[in-house]
Write a protein that binds this ligand. Structure first.
Ligand SMILES: N[C@@H](CCC(=O)N[C@@H](CS)C(=O)NCC(=O)O)C(=O)O
Length: 209
């Protein structure tokens, strides 16, 4: 069976939703950041970078949300990635941007020490990260104008990934309801039984008032 390593509330939520929506059978393994479980020798054998998510399949471990989500769709649920080559490229393009820009902007807020050794600039990095992250969320809001889902006309693994950032924006107190398209889409996401099962399992901030 697939073994899925995740931390509640982390970016692994993207893969968690993809797996649950796919209908594939998987065994979820919680990694507690509070106990630094992502750095244990056992876990570092699975992902030497000490990060979640990781998905262990028959042939070994796959890491990085973008790769895992493409694998899940390819292997178990083709309807979760667009078939049309241009739409598929758009889906990968969005996930690449999530991973290489939106996520690292957020990381500046909680982990400024990863970007500079001089503690004197940490507050500046946090403030810049927050502003850049907010700008990214506004861009996502714009991308959703007049649309039901992130790519094309159907729900895809990209939607699960985009929910990570809505939850993070809420967690740090950004004015999320001002983002009308993103908020309406979030409600559509939360109307999906598979998404709700995952949010409840992770006790997501999205369930709070
Ligand atoms: N680009 C990676 C990012 C993975 C990542 O940074 N995960 C974070 C959680 S959001 C993590 O495991 N952090 C643990 C740590 O920094 O020690 C992906 O999309 O899978």
């Amino acid at each position: 069976m697939l073994k899925f390593y995740y931390a509640p509330g982390a970016c692994s939520l993207a893969t968690h939703i993809g797996l649950e929506e796919s209908g594939a059978k998987y065994d979820g393994q919680k990694i507690a950041f509070a106990n630094n479980e992502q750095k244990t020798p056992e876990y570092l054998k699975i992902n030497p970078r000490g990060r979640v998510p990781a998905l262990v399949v028959e042939e070994g471990a796959i890491v990085e949300n973008t790769a895992i989500l493409d694998y899940i769709a390819g292997k178990y649920a083709p309807h979760l990635m667009p078939k049309d080559p241009v739409q598929r490229a758009r889906a990968i393009s969005l996930m690449a941007w999530f991973s290489n820009t939106v996520h690292p902007n957020f990381t500046h807020i909680g982990r400024p020490e990863r970007f500079a050794t001089d503690a004197a600039v940490f507050d500046h990095l946090k403030a810049t990260g927050r502003e850049n992250f907010h700008t990214n969320l506004k861009e996502i809001d714009g991308l959703l104008a007049g649309k039901q889902w992130m790519v094309g006309d159907a729900f895809s693994v990209v939607d699960g990934y985009a929910l990570v950032f809505y939850a993070w924006g809420k967690r740090i107190g950004l004015p999320m309801t001002e983002l009308k398209n993103y908020t309406a889409w979030k409600e559509r996401m939360m109307a999906r039984p598979a998404v709700m099962r995952v949010l409840e399992r992770e006790q997501s901030v999205l369930l709070a008032a």
